[in-house]
Every structure is written in structure tokens, then in C-alpha cells.
Design a protein around this ligand. Structure first.
Ligand SMILES: [Zn+2]
Length: 255
């Protein structure tokens, strides 16, 4: 059984200088590949560095909502260059965050739509972060060209949002939240997500799944996300692994 963590932040501080240790520990749990999500110039660069150091680590780069206010032509030129580096497989994470509101909302929306366009020009998928912003996010995604796919990262919408987004060319990536006892709406969404639209992630170092809630998260823990989904869907974990592995390879075009 092999698993892929399709959204992790191995470039984040808690892992620095110990990347090999965490990659090895992930392997012991069957997690053989991971995609390191960028979010700002520093994280983007660090993600690319890791993808060049390790065969089984891929990168994505983008301007997340917090730094959308810094997006300009120069930023875009650099992103376009970085997106063509081997091992960089998507634009991400990009999106809308109306909880933190670090950039004005109209700026967040414009920069999200623009980055989706840039990714499309380069034939790449986009990895989407949405917090308290499903309705605007839906509007932007449905008016964008998603020919190369989109991933809703750490999807926590209820079944009505699942059904709406299902009409678009998107996959639903579940994080440790799906293992939380009280996340009943997310449980129902996971149950109803078709296997061919399902992805799994850790978003490490955040969102640690059961049974390790409260500790720092790490890529290997995507195993427990797969386990939680297998229990919810009442199918063997091997089936969740096979489907999510194939979907991740297909959507991100991994080699
Ligand atoms: Zn993230």
C-alpha cells in the first residue's frame, strides 16, 4: 500500500534540518510521495529547494490570500519561471481567506482569478485554500477555465457545497479534520465524495489527525487520514490508498 500526502509544508520551521527524518518516517507508514505547498515567496522557494533535494518530494508555488496584497507583475514573472521548474506540479496554495482577511477581499478575489489564469496558460492544476468564503470561491472557480483541474485543499464543506463543487473539474482533498469526532458535516461529505474525486493530505504541521491530535502534524500522518476515510466509507484502507494515489498522480501529473 502506497500513499501520497498531496498538501504538506515540509518547508515549515518545525521540519527544517530534519526533512530526511520526516520523509523516512513517512515511508514507514507507506507514504512514498508528498507535495510541498508554497504560499509566499519564501515558502515557494523552500518548496522548490526540497523538490530538488528529494526525488519523492514535489512542489507547488503561489500567492496565498495573506500575501495577495503583494501580488504584482514582478511576483507573477517569478511564479511563471518557478512553475516551469521540473518537480513543480501546481499553482498553490492560492485562494480566499475571509477569516484572517490579511488582504482586502476584492484583492484576494482578483489575485485568485489571475493565478488560475496563469496556471491554465502553463497547463497546470491549482490548489485552492478557502476559509469562510465558499460562495465567492465557487463563483470564481465556475467562471474560470479549470481544464487542468483544481483541488479544494482541506475540504471542510457540507454536502450541499460538495454537490455544487462536484459540477466543476475539482477534487476534494481531506485533511486530519475528517478524523475529528465533532466534524460530522465533513464526515458526511467524505462519505459522499466519489473515490475518483478523493485526495488526502496532512497540511502539516497543522491539523493533526486522531490519534495524535494535539501533537505537531507530519506527512506520515496522512496514513491516519486515509484510515478515517476508510472507516467512514466502510471500505478497506487499501482501497482509499489506491484511489487517492492514482488521483494524485493523475491530477498533478506526477512522474
Ligand atoms: Zn497549507
Amino acid at each position: 500500500m502506497e500513499l501520497i500526502d498531496n498538501h504538506t509544508h515540509l518547508q515549515d520551521e518545525p521540519f527544517r534540518g530534519k526533512e530526511e527524518f520526516y520523509i523516512d518516517r513517512a515511508k514507514q507508514l507507506g507514504v512514498t510521495k508528498m507535495i510541498c505547498a508554497g504560499q509566499d515567496p519564501d515558502f515557494n522557494k523552500r518548496a522548490i529547494d526540497l523538490s530538488q533535494r528529494f526525488d519523492n518530494v514535489y512542489a507547488m508555488v503561489g500567492y496565498c490570500p495573506d500575501v495577495a496584497k503583494d501580488y504584482n507583475q514582478q511576483a507573477e514573472d517569478l511564479l511563471i519561471e518557478q512553475l516551469q521548474v521540473p518537480g513543480v506540479v501546481a499553482m498553490g496554495e492560492i485562494g480566499l481567506d475571509y477569516y484572517w482577511d490579511e488582504s482586502p477581499r476584492d484583492v484576494q478575489k482578483r489575485v485568485l482569478a489571475r493565478q488560475i489564469e496563469v496556471a491554465h496558460e502553463l497547463h497546470l492544476p491549482v490548489d485552492i485554500h478557502t476559509r469562510d468564503a465558499f460562495s465567492d470561491c465557487y463563483e470564481i472557480l465556475q467562471s474560470s477555465n479549470l481544464e487542468y483541474g483544481a483541488i479544494l485543499h482541506s475540504f471542510n464543506g457540507d454536502v450541499s457545497w460538495l454537490q455544487k463543487f462536484m459540477k466543476l473539474n475539482v477534487c476534494f482533498s481531506y485533511s486530519g479534520v475528517v478524523s475529528f469526532t465533532k466534524a460530522t458535516e465533513v464526515h458526511e461529505s467524505a462519505r459522499q465524495t466519489p473515490l475518483d474525486r478523493l485526495l488526502i493530505e496532512t497540511d502539516a504541521p497543522f491539523l493533526t489527525p486522531k490519534p495524535y491530535r494535539g501533537r505537531q502534524n507530519e506527512p506520515g500522518n496522512v496514513y491516519y487520514v486515509a484510515q478515517a476515510i476508510a472507516e467512514l466509507k466502510n471500505i478497506p484502507i487499501e482501497e482509499v490508498a489506491a484511489a487517492t494515489y492514482a488521483n494524485t498522480v493523475r491530477v498533478y501529473g506526477l512522474n
